[in-house]
Design a protein around this ligand. Structure first.
Ligand code: ADP
Ligand code: MG
Length: 585
């Protein structure tokens, strides 16, 4: 080595820190707004230009900084947030004292601030590491931070930035997370002069109520109205929050908001735990909407493990994940017959947005002729099904008609329900099978003629490897010759099925199973595969007794709000919804 060891100049050190802490406008914004919150701000205004690429401005009404503090603030490792030098007792979002100098080393950072005790504010500029002069400036209160031209002098970083829209979106997300964590603070976000959101401060003194109010603004009213609340505690952890019904799900985990000690964090393992807890109630590759708040004492969690402070390390991760899984399972179980109104609401939105289109198609479509629609005689359904007032009191109501051999239409006390009979039945079969398996009494049907089924080498291996487990499910299989199996018995509940197709699907399901700890999940998938093969009620005409029995069974079956693929089994429209649809309201 020819170069001598030396201490790096501070400008370079700051740039190295920026490499870790600041990777986009959103990460710079996060640091600035965290500072505002740490300074006790109650109102925060954020303005972006070009998705933050051109400029980010944050105005707060916090306690501000004195002249002396301002010059310290721009130096590395200068912080007011570690009064006791204890990295395990962190009371603020910040503690590393490196954000401002790091940002100022890769942009033009302007800082204006005023301490309550001073007559005016002070302004200073740190441009690509060059510190300007401290000058007096007019300012009423608090702090203004402006970041211009982030990375403009650093093409290697600039080129990794996404489109303006994309970067803006990331900025909104950063603020949404902080807004959930601090519902008592108002946040206004503007982008290129337009207001994107304006969350007013929630004044309810109760933290849970405040959070709920803020979540309803950020995650929507439907979520707020029907989400399942969590409130669980063990010796180490206090878990609160709200999670969506399984039928309200999304294609990514972006709508799962996690907070540890009220700090927004990212944690793949916790997201995985949540996913496991939903189990077969969610379709493959889908995620719930959720906000979870984990409280634990200082010694159980280390927050100083990530430069952007967005990850934490739990002393006992396993304990945390299993507590989350169990809590969510219990909460979902207690609400398992419910289905989201999201689809109903979407339908209303769709119809209201397509009002013209809808009425045009009514005129054109010959099925909707005058006779069918404005007929004076009472609808046929009333003749066929004698109305049972008592049934109206059940959650899924009294069945009125079957449509297209697929949907059961029922009248409830406050509206109507449309049930997808096939999806519902599939779920009922699955839950029934699970119950039989748990009780250890799966009833089987012996095939008159054992079926011989030819499988590929892989399929054969996986099926035989699990043959004793499958026997517990009521599927009796023996190896037969080189590449065949013999099936003697199948689960009675499935009725008459295509055994070959069932076996092949199960084999495929088991193929990617590597004996990991998620055996329970796999078993559920196998049961789901089996239940799917029961086609008794698919496209079948049901009489009124059968329809009633289907609805009553659904009400008494856990998880009946969604089919085995996580789609809703029924959609509910209230009288109010119907009135809105028909423009009566
Ligand atoms: P940290 O937040 O880790 O302390 P920063 O570099 O982000 O480090 O900020 C340095 C210091 O500047 C903070 O400790 C705080 O004292 C002060 N500061 C930064 N922003 C503000 C603000 N908006 N209002 C009041 N003080 C601020
Ligand atoms: Mg900070």
């Amino acid at each position: 080595m020819s170069n001598k060891i030396r201490l790096l100049p501070s400008q370079l050190v700051n740039r190295i820190a920026a490499g870790e802490v600041i990777e986009s406008p959103a990460s710079a914004l996060k640091e600035i707004v965290e500072n505002s919150l740490d300074a006790g701000a109650k109102n925060i205004l954020i303005e972006l230009e070009s998705g933050g690429k051109q400029s980010i401005k944050v105005v707060d009404d916090g306690h501000g900084m004195s002249k002396q503090e301002i010059s310290y603030a721009l130096q590395r490792h200068a912080t007011s947030k570690m009064p006791n030098d204890n990295l395990y007792k962190i009371l603020y979002f910040g503690f590393r004292g490196e954000a401002l100098p790091a940002i100022g080393s890769v942009s033009k950072l302007t800082l204006i601030s005023r301490d309550q005790d001073e007559n005016h504010g002070w302004i200073i500029v740190l441009q690509n590491g060059e510190l300007g002069k401290l000058k007096p400036s007019a300012l009423d209160k608090g702090t203004i931070v402006k970041i211009d031209d982030l990375f403009h002098k650093f093409p290697a970083r600039l080129k990794f930035l996404k489109t303006e829209k994309n970067e803006a979106e990331k900025c909104y997300n950063v603020i949404k997370k902080l807004a959930i964590s601090k519902p008592e603070v108002s946040f206004e976000m503007r982008s290129s002069g337009k207001i994107v959101f304006d969350y007013k401060a929630c004044i309810n003194p109760n933290m849970l109520a405040k959070r709920k109010e803020r979540l309803s603004l950020i995650l929507g009213e439907t979520f707020h109205n029907e989400a399942v609340s969590l409130n669980f505690k063990n010796d180490e952890i206090n878990l609160t929050g709200m999670i969506s019904l399984p039928t309200m799900n999304r294609s990514s985990s972006n709508n799962i908001y996690l907070f540890v000690k009220n700090r927004p964090i990212v944690d793949k393992k916790l997201i995985y735990a949540i996913r496991i807890a939903y189990g077969d109630m969610l379709p493959k590759g889908r995620y719930p909407v959720a906000a979870l708040f984990i409280e634990t004492s200082d010694e159980n969690v280390d927050v100083n493990v990530h430069p952007a402070k967005s990850e934490v390390r739990f002393r006992n991760l396993h304990k945390v994940t299993s507590f989350i899984i169990n809590s969510i399972k219990i909460a979902l179980h207690n609400n398992s017959n419910k289905s989201t109104r999201e689809s109903g609401n979407n339908a209303i939105r769709y119809f209201s947005n397509n009002n013209n289109l809808f009425s045009k198609s009514l005129v054109k479509n010959s099925n909707f002729d005058q006779k069918g629609f404005f007929n004076d005689s009472p609808p046929k359904t009333n003749e066929v099904f004698n109305e049972d007032i008592i049934e109206l009191d059940f959650p899924l109501g009294a069945p009125k008609a079957q449509l297209h051999k697929t949907y059961v239409l029922s009248e409830t006390k406050n509206g109507i329900c449309i049930v997808d009979q096939h999806a519902a039945h599939e779920r009922l079969v699955m839950e029934e099978m699970k119950k039989e398996i748990v009780d250890g009494k799966v009833s089987t049907q012996t095939l008159l003629m054992p079926e011989i089924i030819k499988l590929s080498k892989d399929q054969l291996e996986s099926i035989l490897r699990f043959s004793s487990e499958l026997e517990v499910f009521g599927l009796h299989i023996e190896s037969f010759g080189n590449d065949e199996v013999l099936v003697r018995e199948t689960p009675a509940i499935l009725g008459e099925i295509n055994t070959e197709l069932l076996l092949k699907n199960i084999a495929e399901e088991l193929l990617d199973f590597e004996g990991s700890s998620i055996i329970e999940k796999k078993i559920n998938e196998v049961i789901a595969t089996m239940a799917c093969h029961n086609s008794v009620r698919a496209g079948r005409k049901l009489n009124s007794d059968e329809m009633s029995s289907l609805l009553r069974k659904m009400e008494n079956t856990p998880s009946s709000g969604q089919c085995n693929h996580g789609r809703p089994t029924f959609i509910e429209l209230s009288i109010n919804d119907l009135e809105r649809l028909f423009g009566r309201k």
